[in-house]
Write a protein that binds this ligand. Structure first.
Ligand SMILES: [Fe+2]
Length: 208
């Protein structure tokens, strides 16, 4: 990317389309440009809720064989607002089962995840159910990383029937959804006998 941008800048300068009124090198300019573009908006806050339990086990497969519900596969990357990856982050994630029940006695559908060295995280689960106190299906996150502000948020699904197929218009039907950004597209993968709802949810943390 840097190389391409530097070459493009060199070409512009050579053609007279860009005039440099700075002593910075073309490489430094290209690098600064890339960095500016890499800045990301922090993931919006959404409340913690009453069902958080600390010290969930480190598991990436939350669904057990025979668990009812649509299999769910969530993946993403943890970034800082500067676009740096944060492989030292810790993600605590919890959700209901297919029937809208939290396991408050044990740790079903609860996990603690460390991203890989490239800051990718992921887990396999089922789509959470609806429960009476909440309007929409959701997965809770508490994400921490050294030097960054802790983030409490929730992941929602564009496929949730509550949205009537139009989350742009209807996301505020759940008063706890603070941002449309938290409602993620759902891609159905696999053959009809073994469909999986695949969702991407990147996390962006603010500096402390
Ligand atoms: Fe909840």
């Amino acid at each position: 990317m840097n190389q391409t941008r530097r070459e493009m800048l060199e070409k512009c300068v050579a053609l007279g389309a860009v005039t440099l009124a700075t002593s910075a090198s073309l490489s430094a300019i290209a690098r600064a440009w890339d960095t500016a573009e890499a800045k990301r908006q922090p993931t919006p806050f959404c409340e913690l809720g009453p069902f958080y339990k600390r010290d969930a086990p480190h598991v990436s497969v939350l669904r057990a064989p025979g668990d009812p519900g649509m299999p769910l596969s969530v993946a993403g990357i943890v970034y800082s607002v500067n676009g740096e990856i944060l492989p030292n982050a810790k993600l605590e994630i919890w959700q209901t089962d297919n029937f809208g029940h939290y396991d408050n006695a044990g740790y079903r559908f609860r996990t603690t995840i460390q991203p890989d060295p490239k800051s990718n995280y992921g887990f396999e689960s089922v789509l959470p159910g609806h429960y009476p106190a909440r309007v929409c299906q959701h997965v809770h996150y508490l994400v921490t990383a050294p030097g960054h502000k802790p983030l409490t948020t929730q992941l929602y699904f564009a496929s949730d029937p509550v949205f009537d197929g139009d989350p742009d218009k209807n996301f505020s039907r759940d008063p706890l959804i603070t941002s449309r950004e938290l409602v993620r597209p759902v891609m159905l993968k696999g053959d009809p006998q073994q469909m999986v709802a695949a969702v991407t949810f990147d996390i962006v943390l603010e500096k402390a």
